[in-house]
Write a protein of this length. Structure first.
Length: 289
């Protein structure tokens, strides 16, 4: 008889211990608990969902096939982030990185879109979705402006909230070096937002609608395929940006814009896909002496 796993009562470390002793029934639950974290990191590094899905699948296979090497020297989630980070840095380059996005390119797009309040040809029932897509895409574009090392550290430190001790372990750095990387990425991204974004500084005009119209006109945004506006996600608990920005200085406001980027939910197919792999015996999933 299959043993039911109660998420509230069973820690993920306990599940990993049971899996390492040969219990394959818990593998599905392990995948279910970590898939959103892995996918959230992958999509912010790679931007294009299809690339992030492929990377997530590869990372989950690595996690499951190397469970026996987890020795409990860190939290299991930290160990997973280390595997995911190594994979994304050394073995995975997304199509979006070929665009060679820079802060100058982003600034030029803002200038070319015209003055704030320009007539928006996309106005209508789907306007709010298009603007939401634009807001989320802006954060992704700014992340792509960072080199891969800074991007990964910035995502871990500023968006996911990994502290210096865990971040250092994940990236194989000293805590001081990790903090320095996060700080460099922060200065670049938040500095740009503070100068350009109306949410980050009320003195800046809000360009969301104007940029959305510009991107639709250029064909960069497809109103029929609003990739991130309709993407399953979990909003952050402190997502009242308008109320918060009044209480914060310029750079802190910019940081809030970044941290309010929602947590993406992984596509539901991962658990079933991994389950089929486990049942196929294609991998030596549980190697133990």
């Amino acid at each position: 008889m299959t043993t039911k796993i109660h998420a509230v009562q069973t820690s993920i470390e306990d599940l990993v211990e049971r899996a390492s002793k040969g219990n394959r029934e818990v593998l599905e639950e392990i995948v279910r608990r970590i898939q959103d974290r892995v996918y959230g990191l992958a999509i912010r590094m790679l931007y294009i969902p299809a690339d992030a899905e492929d990377a997530t699948q590869e990372i989950l296979v690595k996690v499951i096939t190397h469970l026996s090497t987890f020795k409990g020297e860190s939290r299991f989630e930290t160990w997973v982030y280390r595997i995911a980070s190594n994979h994304l840095l050394t073995e995975c380059r997304g199509r979006a990185e070929r665009w060679r996005m820079t802060f100058d390119v982003c600034r030029q797009a803002i200038e070319e879109s015209g003055p704030a309040g320009l007539h928006d040809p996309s106005a209508g029932a789907e306007q709010s979705l298009i603007c939401e897509k634009m807001k989320r895409a802006c954060v992704h574009y700014l992340l792509l402006c960072l080199n891969r090392d800074l991007r990964l550290a910035f995502i871990l430190g500023e968006i996911i909230g990994v502290d210096s001790a865990e971040g250092a372990h994940i990236l194989g750095l000293t805590p001081a070096a990790y903090r320095q990387r996060v700080s460099r990425g922060k200065r670049q991204v938040l500095g740009f937002l503070a100068r350009q974004c109306g949410l980050a500084d009320a003195d800046n005009p809000c360009r969301c609608a104007t940029l959305a119209a510009y991107h639709v006109q250029k064909g960069y945004l497809d109103p029929e395929n609003l990739r991130f506006a309709t993407h399953a996600c979990r909003p952050r608990c402190d997502s009242d940006t308008k109320g918060l920005v009044r209480e914060m200085d310029q750079m802190a406001k910019a940081a809030r814009v970044i941290r309010n980027h929602p947590d993406y939910a992984a596509p539901g197919a991962f658990v079933e896909s991994m389950k089929r792999m486990i049942e196929s015996n294609r991998f030596r999933l549980l190697e133990h002496s």
